[in-house]
Design a protein around this ligand. Structure first.
Ligand code: NAG
Ligand code: NAG
Ligand code: NAG
Length: 393
């Protein structure tokens, strides 16, 4: 790394740090996550054994099954696999670990990036292999939730097999969102009392233990976070300690490069979400967003994209972490999701803004259905048995 690049790196780092809690596919904008006005208070009632059914509107289902970003994603993958990085990143450069690639210098002529060293070339080949595999699997499959139980295998270290529940799932899981409603909640003890605790986007716990707890079994992030970590010595990305596994979903395909660089230096498992699971989550959230749009505006379906930043629309990290827990656990407790007047946006930052990239209200509708009527959740196979879900406020 040449010295005169340092100040520029730090500026970009600061900008990017503000945005890293969001999965942003094409732009970097400072923003926030996490709020709604709804109040949740649900009793802990297990779902009845008798199978309830729900009638779905097939027009809405079909509309929700279309991913408006699919074409640009395909182009992106093809460009990367072809070794051409033109137009991939709005920033003038990127680098993974100590490997710096100057896009600006080369993309103007549209030639493939210069692969500077044999070591980088090896990483590049590995990167392409992961990307191609990921893309091949980037499809809808309705029974992927049942396969989530296999994901548990990645995180079993430190657990006594005989302590796990049926199908080797974790018995009790907490998903801890980052909403300011956690402050003064005194829920730390209750959170830590869960067998498996999932935290989001590296929100720190130190100084907040009383309200957010201190135990972390899995750090769930979006790949923007890893992209930032990749710039640090040994990809340092461990506010919870280096033995805590990290799971992430891919926001930008170029982040696979960060993954191949960081995976070797990471002690605990560094796992990428199954692309079929990503597709499922995208469909579910779009469905809830569309229902809400129809209900609230009375406008025709086709106008949904205009008011939801169409191809940039994305589920939040919190939503996917909740769905992951739904697949891996027998009981899921949700903490720190939602907003109240006067509560901070995030418990650990002073961030105020929200972005239309996510539809948090729609995601809350989903959580409500997880508690009350999971049969109303679309795109999930009937074979999958939903666990008990409790939302703590
Ligand atoms: C399904 O939803 C669409 C879009 O809102 C609506 O036009 C249609 O009437 C609905 N169909 C049924 C059978 O309810
Ligand atoms: C796991 O649990 C079983 C049964 O409670 C116990 O006998 C065994 O020693 C435990 N193993 C470990 C590694 O803690
Ligand atoms: C990441 O590293 C681990 C441990 O070295 C390895 O088992 C795993 O296969 C790697 N990930 C991928 C996707 O190859």
């Amino acid at each position: 790394m040449k010295r005169y690049f340092l100040p520029m790196y730090s500026i970009v780092f600061l900008l990017a740090a503000a945005a890293a809690t969001l999965c942003i596919k094409t732009i970097l904008t400072a923003g926030g996550g996490g709020g709604a006005d709804t109040i949740f208070l649900y009793p802990n009632t297990p779902h009845e054994e008798t199978k309830k059914t729900h009638v779905f509107n097939s027009t809405v289902l079909q509309f929700s099954a279309v991913d408006l970003a699919e074409n640009s994603l395909r182009q992106n993958v093809e460009q990367l696999v072809g070794g051409n990085m033109q137009g991939l990143d709005k920033r003038s450069f990127l680098y993974a670990g100590k490997h710096r690639i100057d896009i600006r210098a080369r993309s103007a002529r549209g030639v493939p990036v210069n692969l500077r060293s044999p070591e980088f070339y090896r990483l590049w080949l590995e990167f392409r292999r992961y990307l191609q595999t990921w893309w091949r699997n980037h499809k809808f499959q309705d029974d992927v939730m049942s396969e989530m139980a296999n994901v548990v295998r990645n995180f079993k270290r430190g657990f006594n097999e005989s302590d796990l529940g049926g199908n080797g799932k974790f018995r009790t899981c907490a998903v801890v969102g980052n909403s300011g409603i956690l402050l003064k909640s005194d829920l730390g003890g209750e959170i830590d009392g869960n067998e498996f605790v999932i935290r989001l986007n590296n929100a720190r716990t130190s100084g907040f233990e009383r309200n957010v707890g201190s135990k972390t079994s899995l750090s769930f992030v979006n790949s923007n976070i890893l992209h930032l970590c990749a710039r640090r010595e040994n990809c340092f990305c461990h506010p919870y300690g280096e033995n805590v596994p990290i799971m992430m979903y891919m926001c930008q395909m170029i982040h696979f490069l960060d993954y191949v660089v960081c995976n070797t230096s990471h002690k605990a498992p560094l796992v990428i979400t199954d692309p079929r699971f990503d597709v499922l989550c995208a469909r579910i959230v779009k469905y809830y967003s569309v229902l809400r749009f129809l209900r609230e505006t009375g406008k025709p379906l086709e106008l949904w994209a205009d008011s939801h930043d169409g191809s940039n629309f994305h589920y939040s990290s919190g939503m996917q972490a909740v769905m992951l827990a739904i697949g891996m656990c027998e009981k899921v407790s949700i903490f720190g999701f939602g907003k109240l007047d006067g509560a901070k946006h995030h418990y650990h930052t002073n961030q105020k803004g929200e972005l239309h990239l996510h539809d948090y209200l729609a995601e809350y509708d989903l959580y409500q259905d997880l508690v009350e009527r999971p049969e109303a959740i679309p795109f999930v196979s009937d074979k999958f048995k939903f666990p008990t879900v409790v939302i703590h406020r």
